[in-house]
Design a protein around this ligand. Structure first.
Ligand code: GDP
Length: 142
């Protein structure tokens, strides 16, 4: 089933010059970047996006990090795009991410929130996140 997902290269990925390498990995996985942007986020949009971790003790540090520089949001499309991107990214904690995954290769092994990239965790959340960051209302293909 072809679907859309929402991807965002975080400030550490942008600063390390990884946008091109990440775009290549996405293309090599048979997925298509249908739109991308460069944005400086606001605290408001971050609080909404990370509502599920907003009360955790690491959130203030993570919020400061996410606001520290530009991010590159992307809309990615293709077969099983949500799961395929989560596979390409590796798990949240870069320490646990295998070599060959984006987080395994480039994530900070000490600071968990500096894990280079965000990817939506479900097709439904992908649509919500695409609207949040691109102001576009998409529907997943039926
Ligand atoms: P994701 O879907 O893999 O991004 O993971 P979550 O939705 O669970 O967490 C959102 C983000 O919060 C992660 O990508 C990390 O940047 C950050 N994060 C999650 N857990 C921790 C933690 O224990 N410590 C720190 N410092 N950051 C964390």
């Amino acid at each position: 089933m072809k679907q859309y997902t929402y991807i965002m290269v975080k400030p550490d990925g942008v600063e390390a010059g990884l946008v091109r390498e990440i775009a290549k990995r996405i293309k090599d996985a048979g997925l298509e970047i249908v739109q991308f942007d460069v944005q400086k986020l606001t605290g408001e949009v971050l609080d909404e996006h990370y509502a599920h971790v907003k009360d955790r003790d690491f959130y203030p540090e993570m919020k400061a990090f996410m606001l520290s520089n530009f991010v590159v949001p992307m809309i990615v499309y293709g077969e099983n795009a949500v799961a395929k991107m989560r596979e390409l990214m590796g798990p949240t904690n870069s320490n646990e991410a295998a070599p060959g995954t984006i987080r395994g290769d480039y994530g900070d092994k000490e600071v968990i929130n500096k894990n280079v990239i965000h990817g939506a965790d479900s097709p439904e959340n992908a649509i919500i996140e695409i609207e949040r960051f691109f102001k576009i209302k998409l529907e997943q293909p039926k």
